[in-house]
Design a protein. Structure first.
Length: 350
């Protein structure tokens, strides 16, 4: 039995008509993980009013925070964690942080400062540039010591950003590296650089990554002009998101899309988020308040989808066999798909 597979997994109970149970990590809505820079006084001042309007507020200490501001960001986050009513620790909005990467001079001080000061508020630590299980083991051990010293009675969870080629290659072992593992996000900017991809965009598609339709053929069998050929832009991130989703599902943790850097292009942002939702992601990052509304909408199942799912569940009775609804076949497997939708709607409404 692999180390990450418990006896409980091995003797998973037979469940007729139910989707695979997700996880021991309790579900908490996390459709939008809204990033802020705690060293920026203007951003910090807006945080109290955002509590209750977004599922997760994340104090970012890593990239996008200038090296000279690392200490100020850490201290700003401590202040916000201590002073903001309803933020973290079971409040209506979770408090997460993204610490600096483990190969930087700042990661150790990030954890040794934050856990004693706001460990009771901090729900999840996002670890960037995770390469393999060893990175998660390091953070896990360090958190265990700091939590014990601080007398905390609930574990701080860990979320890894998948943003190196090695991290992608090791994605399954990363997901199973600790019972603290809460989820994974895609880091398309760092990942593109690490893979030497030739895009300078932060997430999203690229007009150069396309497939071209065959030329139309006229009645004499002659190929028509180039201009008549349609092209279809492809998703640069499909492969990685699909790998993340499988690895997370296998280990019962949650997959997320990451940043969408073109803040002005809300249409493409929504499309990218929706692709991730359809593939199995439960949320995404928000880099600007207008992306929060997009994420909340996209990562909640639609009223129509939930109504359809409930109809199928009702028609399927004991969950076995097959029925025809609106000319379509439904059976045990499609019922499980529907129950995923109903379960998510209920979790979000709770
Ligand atoms: C996020 O951290 C990214 O690199 O895209
Ligand atoms: Mg990154």
């Amino acid at each position: 039995m692999p180390a990450s597979q418990s006896a409980k997994d091995f003797f998973r109970p037979l469940a007729v008509g139910a989707p695979t149970p997700l996880t021991e990590i309790p579900f908490r809505p996390s459709r939008a993980i809204h990033f802020f820079d705690p060293s920026n006084p203007k951003m910090a001042a807006k945080i109290p009013a955002m509590v209750g309007t977004v599922d997760v507020l994340l104090g970012n200490l890593e990239d996008a925070v200038k090296a000279d501001n690392k200490v100020a960001a850490r201290e700003g986050l401590v202040r916000i964690g201590q002073e903001t009513e309803g933020l973290g620790g079971g409040g209506p909005t979770q408090l997460w942080t993204r610490i600096n990467s483990l190969d930087s001079p700042w990661a150790l001080d990030d954890l040794t400062t934050l856990v004693p000061a706001i460990g009771d508020r901090l729900d999840v630590v996002m670890v960037p540039k995770v390469q393999g299980a060893e990175d998660i083991h390091y953070v896990d051990r360090l958190l265990a010591q700091l939590e014990a010293r601080a007398g905390l009675d609930r574990p701080i969870l860990v979320h890894a950003i998948l943003e190196t080629a090695r991290g992608v290659a090791n994605v399954e072992e990363i997901c199973g590296a600790s019972p603290r593992m809460q989820g994974l996000s895609l880091g398309p900017a760092d990942l593109a650089a690490d893979r030497r991809m030739k895009t300078t965009r932060v997430g999203g598609g690229h007009p150069g990554y396309l497939v071209r339709q065959d030329p139309p053929i006229d009645e004499l069998g002659v190929a028509q002009v180039e201009a008549a050929r349609a092209t279809h832009q492809q998703d640069l991130w499909h492969y990685t998101i699909a790998r993340m989703v499988d690895a997370c599902a296998m280990h019962g943790i949650y997959p997320y899309y990451g940043p969408f850097g073109d803040i002005a292009d809300t249409v493409a942002c929504e499309d990218q988020f929706r692709n991730a939702f359809l593939l199995g992601c439960v949320g995404t990052w928000s880099l600007h308040p207008k992306q929060i509304a997009i994420a909340n909408r996209v990562f909640s199942p639609s009223v129509e989808d939930v109504a359809h799912a409930r109809r199928v569940a009702a028609a399927m009775g004991d969950g076995t066999g097959a029925v025809m609804l609106d000319g379509k076949m439904e059976d045990d497997a499609s019922l499980k798909q529907c129950l995923v939708m109903v379960e998510l709607a209920e979790q979000l409404a709770a």
